[in-house]
Each structure stands twice: as C-alpha cells, then as structure tokens.
Design a protein around this ligand. Structure first.
Ligand code: FAD
Length: 389
C-alpha cells in the first residue's frame, strides 16, 4: 500500500506543516491522556478529574483556540477544525467539552460581551481555569428557540432571571453560564456566574449517548444580576445563532473524527478476523462497505477543509455551515453504523470504540440544529421558500 489507508485521497498534502503539527500534537495528547480511559468514563458516565483535563486542554491552547487576544491562541479555523476532528476521534463528549467552552461560551463573550466581560472571563476560560456553558434550549423549546420562556425583567438597575434551560453541556461544572432570555426588547444574552443565588444546574442522568460529557438542566429562580451582566448590544436570535454557527463549524470536522476512528477499527478488524477460512476483508461485501465508508470520509474531509478555508478567508455563510453539518454528521453516523456491522457482535462492546462513537453521534445529529433543521436551511436556500412553520 503506497498511501496511508486513511488518507487514500492524499488530503494531507493540502495541509501546511503548521496545520499538521497542531493536528499531531492534539493526537499525541489525546493518545496519552484520554484514550486509555475514555471507554471507562463513557461506561461510568463520568469523566475523572474533568477540571484537571480542562486545564490541560487549556495549556495546549485548545480552548477558544480560534479566538484572538485575552489569552486565546488566535489560530486559524482550519487549525481548530483539525483539532476538533482529533478530539472527536477520541470521543464526541471530549470534543463537546472543548466546543461548548470555545465556540459557544467563549465565542459569545468574545463577540457580544463588554470589555469587562472579556477581561473577567476569557483569560481564565482559555486556560481552563474557568468552565463555561451556553443555555439556549429549554424543556419545551429546542429547534424553535425564539419561543423561549426564560424571562429577564428589570428591577431598578438589576436584572432578574426566571426560567429553565435543558440539555446544557458543561452545565453542572460551569463557573459561568451564558444564558439567553426574553426581555421587553427581545432576546438578550446574560453572563451569569453560577454561584449567583437562585442558579442551580442539576445533572441529567440516564443518557445513552455523550456519556463522557456533563449534560445538565439550568434552573433560574429569581437570579438577580447587576445591570452590566447583559451583552450590551445584541438583540434577538442573531446573538445565539451567531454562536451556533461557530459550534456547527466544529461539528463539520469533529463528526469525521468519530467516523475515521470507526472506519479504522473496522478495517483492522476485517483484516484480522477470519470466517469461512479467510479474513472478513476478503469478502467483496465487506470491501464494498469499507470502500463506501472511505469515500464518504474523503468527501466529508474535502468539504470540511473547503469550508475551513472559506472561514479563514471570511467568506463562509451560515448556509454553507449547514451544508457541512448536514452532510458530515449524517455520513459519519452511517459510517459508524456500517463499521459496527463489520465487527459483528464485538461491534456492540465497549472493548471497541465503534458503538460509543455511534451512540455519541446520535446526540451530534440532534444538537446544534437537528439534521431536519439543516435540511430546511438548505431547502430554503435552494427554493427561496421557508418550510420552518
Ligand atoms: P425538538 O425541537 O422538539 O425536535 C424534535 C424533532 O422534531 C426533531 O427531529 C426535529 O428536527 C423535528 N422538528 C422540529 N421542528 C421541525 C420543523 N419545523 N420541521 C421538521 N421537523 C421539525 N442546547 C443548548 O442550548 N446548549 C447546550 O450546551 C446543549 N447541549 C446538548 C447536549 C446534548 C447531549 C444534547 C442531546 C442536546 C444539547 N442541546 C444543547 C440541545 C439541542 O440543541 C436540542 O436538543 C436541539 O436543538 C433539538 O431540540 P429538541 O431536543 O427540543 O427537539
């Protein structure tokens, strides 16, 4: 074989030495620090020393890595994408920790916060000393966040927040929550220190997906905040949607990591396991599965890289990010499911990463805009007709 079987198309040749170095250092860290433990964390539904892990991710420059200033690494969108791919090749839950911190909580403060918000939170968040979460979804309002019920009302100079958020990544371990709420002037974003009286973040249990990730409810019961807790300028859904576009971009890359890990596991397994006197890899049906998986992985990588280059050039649009998320999560999940069939009964065991990736991607299919929402975004772009309501 003249090529790395995982890079048949030679996509590596499209990356700079710096980009490869960031990818490789991320992989080396994960191989040592996370891979040996992650299946156990998934099985127990608990990441050991998650705060210590966040600090190590921060020391590597992976938190808010594509943001400028305030202790952030200021790297490119392609660098960030490559890191997301490696993180998710280890586990979608670990990639979610990094994405929510950098692309949702830190990006929101970086893009929409006051100078004081930035100074107070971003350096500590970049270092992993402070953890952030992003509260948009509610128990009764997910795909349609414009109908949210969480409300912020003025009381003198203060704001008082009441309501509930649901399915919030990092919620129970967060030091700061970016919370979106209805006000008399439309939806606004608030920077909420999680030790504020009236704020609590109970853990959501019984998940069968993203088990190596903290997912929580946020309860806001008369949370009193000073006037300056609000993002000063942004009003309406534009605020949260701008953050979601950032996080979705990370998923365009990240989901391919779960797919690559599953393909590689299935490829090795097919070569090593024998049935009917020859390796599984010797059956044409198996080869077809592997070839189709490899094709979709290559196509997804090219799309991710193209979108990353556009993002770095400042020409990417939210519709393009939807295209990327829609394709790459859908195909990555299909790759994981096919890989699972190649492993037969072993495919359902946590001894191999495939079922873990597959179950994780069920969450990734749904969060940051469901696959149906992104289909409607693409449909609207194609036809000019909105089919959302
Ligand atoms: P619903 O909106 O109720 O949708 C249910 C189904 O109906 C979906 O298939 C949907 O596509 C479909 N549907 C809805 N409307 C339409 C329509 N108009 N046309 C066609 N189909 C439609 N949220 C946060 O704010 N912060 C987080 O950190 C966060 N982390 C998460 C972590 C995990 C593990 C998970 C699972 C979710 C997380 N979410 C988070 C929430 C996530 O973004 C929502 O679950 C998602 O937006 C979908 O909302 P919903 O679950 O309420 O589904």
């Amino acid at each position: 074989m003249d090529r790395n079987p995982l890079d048949l198309a030679g996509i590596d040749d499209l990356l700079s030495d710096e980009e490869k170095a960031i990818r490789d250092s991320t992989r080396a860290f994960l191989d040592k620090r996370v891979e040996p433990h992650v299946a156990d964390w998934f099985e127990r539904g608990e990441v050991d020393d998650i705060r210590g892990l966040a600090r190590e991710l921060g020391a590597l420059g992976l938190l808010g890595m594509h943001l400028e200033g305030y202790g952030c690494a200021g790297l490119s969108s392609v660098d960030y994408g490559l890191a997301c791919l490696e993180l998710e090749a280890t586990d979608s839950g670990i990639r979610s920790l990094v994405s929510v911190q950098g692309s949702l909580a830190m990006f929101a403060i970086h893009r929409w916060g006051s100078e004081e918000h930035k100074q107070e939170w971003l350096p500590r968040m970049a270092a992993g000393e402070a953890i952030g979460c992003f509260g948009l979804t509610e128990p009764d309002h997910g795909s349609d966040p414009g109908s949210m019920r969480t409300r912020a009302r003025r009381d003198g100079d203060d704001w008082v927040l009441d309501g509930a958020k649901m399915w919030i990544t990092n919620g129970s371990i967060a030091d700061v929550a970016v919370v979106w709420a209805q006000t008399d002037e439309g939806i606004r974003g608030f920077v909420v220190p999680t030790d504020t009286p009236g704020f609590s973040a109970p853990l959501i249990k019984h998940k069968m997906s993203l088990r190596a990730s903290v997912t929580s409810e946020l309860v806001l019961d008369g949370v009193r905040l000073p006037a300056e807790a609000v993002f000063p300028e942004v009003r309406g859904l534009k605020g949260p949607l701008s953050c979601l576009t950032e996080a979705r971009y990370g998923i365009v890359w990240g989901s391919l990591g779960a797919a690559r890990s599953s393909l590689e596991t299935a490829r090795r397994y097919a070569v090593e396991r024998h049935q009917f006197g020859r390796p599984l890899a010797g059956f044409q049906l198996t080869q077809q599965k592997l070839a189709d998986m490899a094709l979709e992985l290559v196509k997804g990588q090219l799309l991710a890289l193209h979108l990353g280059r556009r993002k770095d050039a400042g020409t990417i649009t939210p519709t393009q990010v939807s295209l990327g998320k829609l394709n790459n999560i859908r195909e990555s999940l299909e790759i994981c499911r096919t890989a699972r069939t190649i492993l037969g009964a072993n495919g359902i065991s946590l001894e191999y990463p495939v079922i873990r990736h597959m179950n994780n991607l069920e969450s990734v299919l749904t969060y940051e805009g469901t696959v149906e929402m992104h289909t409607l975004v693409v449909g609207e772009a194609l036809t000019g007709v909105s089919a959302f309501r």
